[in-house]
Design a protein around this ligand. Sequence first.
Ligand SMILES: Nc1ncnc2c1ncn2[C@@H]1O[C@H](COP(=O)(O)OP(=O)(O)OP(=O)(O)O)[C@@H](O)[C@H]1O
Ligand SMILES: [Mg+2]
Length: 228
Amino acid sequence: MTHKPILTCQNIKKVYQDGDRTIPVLESVNFSVMPGESVAIVGRSGSGKTTLLNLLGGLEAPTTGEVVLDNTNLHALSDRKRGYLRNRVLGLIFQFHHLLPEFTALENVCMPLLIQGTSVREAKKRSESILEKVSLGHRMQHKPATMSGGERQRVAIARALVTHPKCILADEPTGNLDNQSADLIYDLMMQLVGEFGTSFIVVTHDLALAKRMNRIVSLEKGVLRDGI
Ligand SMILES: Nc1ncnc2c1ncn2[C@@H]1O[C@H](COP(=O)(O)OP(=O)(O)OP(=O)(O)O)[C@@H](O)[C@H]1O
Ligand SMILES: [Mg+2]
């Protein structure tokens, strides 16, 4: 872990405007993650964890401050270039997993590889292998509507991991999984971290899982600080 951070944010502030009400969520967040580092973000419900992940992933813009991903200022890019960077560098696992309903599990997992220009044959091979790893070998041809919540979650996880991203952003990735499935998913993620030097930023309420990360940070009153 000697090189530059994969992801940095400086003096991030986020205020939502709801009619004439202003809702300050993040006051001043400074944060950086090195290649291969894993970090858990904890904090109470409503403290702004999802908001922060959305900013780090470039899905929302900060009110002020900068997010630098892989040496590039995310919010200085056009939507198209930001989308391209996200596809190349990040794996996103969010609370609402946004699987494409009209496609099968296998096709959903193939999608980010196809966007990168991987051949259909290779994309299928890699997607099948990762779906096996999340114990969904028997559900590859199912569409999201015919899968359980936990199964859909695992498809979303497989889709985020299949490109071997430099950095994974995950919001309660194992929230609706039983303990055994959650452990399996974390094992897989930690394996990737070890094997590919993937950085891993995870929001979780589960302290046992948080403690498996290199570092824990807490979000409270709009500020991120080290420790619980
Ligand atoms: N688009 C929005 N417009 C207005 N307020 C918002 C918006 N999105 C989030 N908020 C508010 O910002 C605060 C932080 O929300 P956020 O979803 O980031 O919390 P969280 O820490 O992820 O909570 P949880 O643990 O329940 O998922 C909340 O008070 C929420 O109501
Ligand atoms: Mg949240």
